[in-house]
Design a protein around this ligand. Sequence first.
Ligand SMILES: Nc1nc2c(c(=O)[nH]1)N[C@H]1C(S)=C(S)[C@@H](COP(=O)(O)O)O[C@H]1N2
Ligand SMILES: [Mo]
Length: 551
Amino acid sequence: MSTTSRRYAALAGVTAAAVAIGIAEPVAVLTGPRSAPLVAVGGVVVDAVPEPLKQFAIDVFGTADKIALLTGTALLLGAFAALLGMLAVRRLALGLAGIAAFGVVGVAAALTRSGADVFDALPSLVGGALGALVLWLFIAGPFELDPWPWAPPTDPRSATPPPVSPAGPTEGPPVPVTPAAPPIPVTPAAPAAPVDPESRRRFLTGTGVLLGTAAVAGLGGRWLSGRRGVSAARDAIRLPAPIAPAPAVPAGADLSLAQLAPYVSPNSGFYRIDTALVVPQVNPDTWRLRIHGRVGTERTYSYADLLARPLVERYVTLACVSNEVGGDLIGNARWLGVPLRELLDEVQPEQDADQVVGRSVDGWTCGTPTAALRDGRDALLAIGMNGEPLPVEHGFPVRMVVPGLYGYVSACKWVTELELTRFADFDAYWVPRGWSAQGPIKTQSRIDAPRRRNRLTAGPVTVAGVAWAQHRGISRVEVRVDDGPWQEAELAPTVSVDTWVQWSWRWDATPGDHRLQVRATDATGETQTERTQSVAPDGATGWHTVPVNVR
Ligand SMILES: Nc1nc2c(c(=O)[nH]1)N[C@H]1C(S)=C(S)[C@@H](COP(=O)(O)O)O[C@H]1N2
Ligand SMILES: [Mo]
């Protein structure tokens, strides 16, 4: 195949794929955004990729890991589509089979997502059918090049569609129609016939128009799906006042220093980690929480049931197990909700039900020790965050928040089920993927100011950061310079042992390159270990170290 003809064939393939993916989006407006092939297949990939790769993605792309995945999937798909186009020129049936295979993968992905129904097959079916039609249009149909540039003038076309009998299907044994044409013999010497300029114009205009249509359909479909979301329902909610308001943030808890994370993280800047490629849109009117499993009496609660109950409000610092030493997958917010202890008391868990599995509408699960939800700590079924209904990305309408446990074992967003079970009987989402079933938060500390490689002037410098050991509390933070003696930092006041604490230390900086290090000691007297461990399987350890330059 000549370079030119390869390009045309690839363009036909890419156009077919773009139409398939693009048209599927408006169809998915009806069947739900998770049934769109790109999202459905992407979701399967998220669940299936080996843990180190996922960690790599989080490391490299941070919170943009989802966009990176979708972009990567689209690029890979584009490459495959280009190949399919080239294949189709040789043998149309193979090209069409390739598109059909894509459709089948899309259907399979959409149907196996948790909570899927048969209609979720529709976007991939419609997309696949139209993609096949488009491929035929440009390879062998009315928009094909005349002749395809590599085809020797006399060669029979290898992939003319079988002639359709005008009389329709006939009775009796199937008549053997066109026998499979032999592939075009690759005769390098064959001179390429010039392409008819009129057919070239038709081809290029056709692909251009269809690519544009695919883009409009795809983006328009996404936009419509977004508008069908629950932000209007969320905006209409007026949260009741808590009967037990959060304690006031003591003066001085927030040192308000440049570069230092604020004591309360604003909702807009709060880190987000989850496996959801499209944010679940859960209508509060139809939302239900079913508490079942090893219980005396199973119970189901509605959103209105929760609003009608006595609510408490608490500051709790949430942390992700994937947070590297010095990382920012941690945030502190004021959560409004119902104590999980009270709900569990109402269903009477059986004695041996040592695990509560929180299940999200999208099938994600976390496993929390029942004891942690009943030992008196402020474990909440949260509906509010910093005075607002939960933001949709942070679990609207209802999520779990448990002080002292990493998010992956406790902070189920879009939660719809709590199942009392045993650790011996059920592994939650991340456990078979190599993470520990138990996830207590490790004592950690971070230097926020100065930052890595900041250039400082000699003299007094404020070194400041945060330290956390949720539900145990921080008793001491120490800083050292260039392996010198540890010096005690000043701790800002804090609301409770369930939140992080800001610390600061006055450094008399001398010229040169220096290394600042921090370590914290929790209220049980245990000092943060120096031993460095990566995030898997149960949280990173080691001392945060920041190199700086002083002039
Ligand atoms: N439904 C659902 N809930 C989830 C997750 C998820 O993937 N799906 N991830 C958990 C993890 S790993 C963390 S760290 C927290 C993060 O909560 P945030 O995004 O509100 O900060 O949510 C937890 N809840
Ligand atoms: Mo996490």
